[in-house]
Ligand binder design. Structure first.
Ligand code: OTD
Ligand code: ZN
Ligand code: ZN
Length: 345
């Protein structure tokens, strides 16, 4: 028997598209299924100004295959030198949908991030005033904090004080990986949402380390213990509108992953919807998949749900290529280590 499921076309509320040859190779993988995505600004150099964002948006649209429709929702990379006026006008013109906060050194290409949070106060206050959301990579970077504790410590030391100091600021805690993150989002009365990635619903830290080191499961924030994965599953499948999909699909070519100091990131754009349908079905929550992938994100961002739809159908296991090719080398697709029965038709 074939089961089908029709959903409003999904959006990805956290995506890395890169630039150049890699952009060209990975963009169709997202645009095939998703209508819109929040585009991360961690290029080298980062997308800091409105002019940078406009130029990057043009490069994305130029790389889009002719028959595909896709709207990149641009972000600005917050630095200690960000200009509140530039941010305001980029928002007013419709160019940017969010501003991105990286604590300096927290993840790939985050060296220009914020060290002293008092230096971005003016921008954050302006953003609260104009209703421009802040997307946050929520990990402290202090060398003495254990990498598995960095999210929980960030909530206490940085995020909660920042939100209290800037009432009205809308914040997305991105790619939450812990039960602490889930609990903090649930505890907030308003103005706080969280994205959850596909891979953090599937892997725990054993996937990275047991039986040999597996670089394609290494990402930041690093996957945590099983109890945290289960808390994320519960949040994602609960129907709570504060949780929505941000794949954090973060492509790196194989030579950059399979090396003595490999890059962080899982590439999930291609098979994300098959994996999520499997996950939601396993948890008896297929009726909540549309909320997570198509409805909660637009609601948080104050955007309309897509009118277009996609249909998933269940049948024999679907296979995906192990890698995709780019002009710069192969990129390995995230392997969920389970059969996937749902395909996008
Ligand atoms: N995590 N890799 C990257 C970014 C993210 O923290 C993130 O958003 C990347 O490669 O850009 C990763 O593991
Ligand atoms: Zn991040
Ligand atoms: Zn990311």
């Amino acid at each position: 028997m074939t089961l089908t499921l029709t959903l409003p076309r999904p959006d990805d509320w956290h995506l890395h598209l890169r630039d150049g040859a890699v952009l060209k190779a990975v963009l169709p993988e997202t645009a095939r299924h998703f209508a819109r995505a929040i585009i991360m600004p961690n290029l080298v150099p980062p997308v800091v100004s409105a002019a940078d964002a406009a130029a990057y948006r043009d490069r994305i649209l130029d790389a889009l295959p002719e028959k595909m429709a896709f709207t990149p929702l641009m972000t600005l990379y917050l630095t200690e030198d960000s200009d509140p006026e530039d941010v305001t006008s980029a928002h007013a013109s419709g160019l940017v949908t969010a501003v991105k906060l990286y604590p300096a050194g927290a993840t790939t290409n985050s060296a220009s991030g914020v060290r002293d949070f008092t230096r971005v106060r003016g921008v954050l206050e302006k953003m609260a005033e104009i209703g421009l959301p802040l997307c946050v990579h929520g990990e402290v970077t202090d060398a003495e904090i254990d990498i598995f504790d960095r999210e929980a410590v960030f909530i206490d030391r940085v995020l909660d004080p920042l939100r209290r100091a800037t009432p009205g600021l809308r914040v997305v805690m991105e790619h939450i990986t812990t039960s602490d993150g889930v609990a903090y989002v649930k505890s907030a009365a308003e103005n706080l949402g969280a994205t959850i990635t596909t891979h953090h619903l599937v892997i725990n830290r054993n996937h990275i380390l047991v039986g040999g080191i597996r670089p394609h499961y290494y990402c930041l924030p690093v996957a945590k213990r099983e109890e945290h994965r289960l808390a994320l599953r519960e949040a994602a499948t609960s129907g709570d509108p504060r949780f929505f999909l941000g794949t954090d699909s973060a492509p790196h070519t194989d030579p950059n992953k399979e090396t003595a100091c490999g890059c962080a990131g899982c590439f999930t754009a291609t098979n994300t919807l098959s994996i999520l349908a499997e996950v939601f079905e396993q948890d008896g929550a297929l009726d909540r998949l549309a909320g997570f992938v198509s409805e909660h994100g637009p609601r948080f961002y104050g955007l309309p749900v897509n009118e277009d739809t996609i249909t998933l159908s269940k049948g024999d296991p679907v296979t995906y290529p192990e890698k995709i090719d780019t002009g710069n080398g192969p990129i390995t697709l995230f392997d969920p280590q389970m059969p996937l029965h749902w395909r996008v038709t």
